[in-house]
Design a protein around this ligand. Sequence first.
Ligand SMILES: [Zn+2]
Length: 190
Amino acid sequence: MKTTILIDLNSIKKNPKAGYQSEYFPIKKEIDFEIKAKELPNYMIYSNWNTEGMVEINYDRNCELTEIQFDEFNPDIKIFKGIIIDPFLIEMIQKDKNLENSHVKINNQHIRIQHFEPQYTYKYIHTEVQCRECEKTFMSNEFKSDEIYDNWEDDYYSSDRVCPLCGHFDCADIEYEDIDDALLRMKKII
Ligand SMILES: [Zn+2]
């Protein structure tokens, strides 16, 4: 015998967030700097190029240089471009009066996650069901979920209707009422 788990009509509510929703989550922050100065201040630690033209990673680095430009009008001044690794540097650079000019830009990168919100939210009225294996009864919200390896099919078989008492898979025939059917029932009552 198939048992239908009915929706509690009093629990049906219109979902104000129904439909496709998207949210933005920050994933990465990239901080660029551009500094005009004779030399970079010594609190900025970055990797150097060795004499063979290979970069030697400095594990104490708090920033990394990506470009050095020479000022064509003033040979003493260079424009250093790069990225900041340690955000502590931002304030130090901004407060440093020895720099001719400095600019820090924070780029936030986001990822958009889309999910679907149903039109209605509701709860089920849980009822007593009987396990066909051990024949004991329990409430329909007590079903366990599990998966077993099926040698015959060479695949995993999962069930969300595992008996909480004896562990038998698909231990009772139940179906959950569809929201459309519950709304029809509600119309008949009104
Ligand atoms: Zn059982």
